[in-house]
Design a protein around this ligand. Structure first.
Ligand code: AQP
Length: 335
């Protein structure tokens, strides 16, 4: 068997709604920059998307949208394996095996469950509670070395490392290596345009809380113009006391690939109308071409289907080999 020549990168995005600037700046943009240096597996996380009730046709259209966003942003389908998570059955098989080495105490500490389940935890699905285990399976199935994610997912990658170590202890072998999270500084956590304490999210009921990758130019201008600030007319950065204004600084820095300190120097003391208008121009300049290309790709479903079926074939090849090894280690009869 040939030895491993490249480190392995795994990441994905849930097919649970329109992709937004947070997904782009916290995740996709980073993948675009690095995916060619790794053996990259970038999946459409449809299994994760049903942890909350969803309309099946919505999930399907979101999956195409996520695939189109990857490609339109600059992910090469020749270099990266792009596939639908549910088309590789070993994700769910490994998830079950790993759930048997994961303690409830670990899962109880996950802040995303607390945020997403809201006040009525009793009504949240078992899937929502245990989805970090499926996420660990997504990553470990390919023996990933590196997992590029936004800051909100850091806790889940740490849990993934704990689960990998627990599995290794149980089978008495260093089978899984412990994957490293990779989190970019600028853009790691983009907050809602309506509430600086909440992250920008697909599932936020207010469309004005986010910039969607498919928003047209006028919508982007309107959303940025209406974005929440505060009653202080002077502009300055203060993450703790002025979260909404500071979030706009962070978005500007991430979109322009410049350090936040430079943006602070540039706009401190300027008027909100000038700052917001420059930010809207920049957003349109960066997102506009991606959104145009996404629309073009979305008109060609055959093209996307081809990429996804090729990706599924490639992913299944590795995944079925690795799950076979895992089952043998666990003690299952493998014929
Ligand atoms: N606001 C954000 N800022 C920076 N990065 C973000 N990511 C998500 N929101 C932000 C990153 O995008 C990747 C894919 O995330 P996901 O869709 O799989 O899950 P999520 O974090 O739960 O994203 P959403 O938009 O909040 O989806 P819903 O509302 O469906 O739960 C991850 O790398 C994530 O860090």
């Amino acid at each position: 068997m040939l030895g491993k020549t490249m480190s392995i990168l795994v990441s994905g995005i849930q097919t649970s709604g329109s992709l937004h600037l947070g997904n782009y700046l916290g995740s996709i943009k980073n993948w675009v920059n690095i995916h060619k240096q790794y053996d990259s597996y970038l999946f459409l996380a449809d299994l994760h998307s049903i942890t909350v009730p969803q309309d099946p046709s919505f999930i399907r259209s979101c999956a195409y949208e996520v695939a189109a966003a990857y490609i339109a942003s600059g992910i090469s389908s020749d270099k990266a394996t792009i596939f639908v998570q549910s088309s590789v059955p070993a994700h769910t098989e490994l998830s079950w095996i790993l759930s048997c080495v994961t303690s409830m105490g670990w899962l109880n500490r996950m802040t995303q469950f607390k945020d997403k389940a809201g006040k009525d935890k009793e009504k949240a699905s078992l899937g929502l509670y245990s989805y970090p285990v499926l996420q660990a399976a997504d990553v470990l199935l390919y023996k990933a070395d590196i997992v590029p994610v936004g800051e909100d997912q850091k806790q889940h990658i740490e849990l993934c490392r704990d689960i990998a170590a627990a599995f290794n202890r149980n089978v008495n072998k260093d089978y899984f290596n412990l994957p490293e999270p990779m989190i970019m500084k600028e853009g790691a956590r983009i907050m809602s345009l309506r509430d600086g304490a909440q992250k920008m999210s697909k599932s936020d009921p207010s469309d004005n809380s986010r910039i969607n990758l498919l928003d047209d130019q006028d919508t982007i201008y309107q959303k940025i113009k209406k974005s929440k600030t505060d009653s202080i007319s002077e502009i300055y950065y203060d993450k703790e006391n002025r979260p909404e204004v500071s979030n706009l600084f962070s978005i500007y820095a991430a979109l322009s690939d410049r350090k936040i300190e430079t943006i602070i120097d540039e706009f401190t003391g300027k008027t909100f109308s000038e700052f917001k208008s420059k930010l809207a121009d920049l957003t349109v300049e960066v997102i506009g071409p991606i959104s145009k290309e996404m629309r073009r790709i979305l008109n060609s479903k055959d093209y996307l289907d081809n990429i996804l079926s090729f990706g599924a074939e490639k992913a299944n090849k590795i995944a079925s080999q690795n799950i076979k090894e895992v089952k043998e280690l666990v003690g299952f009869i493998s014929l």
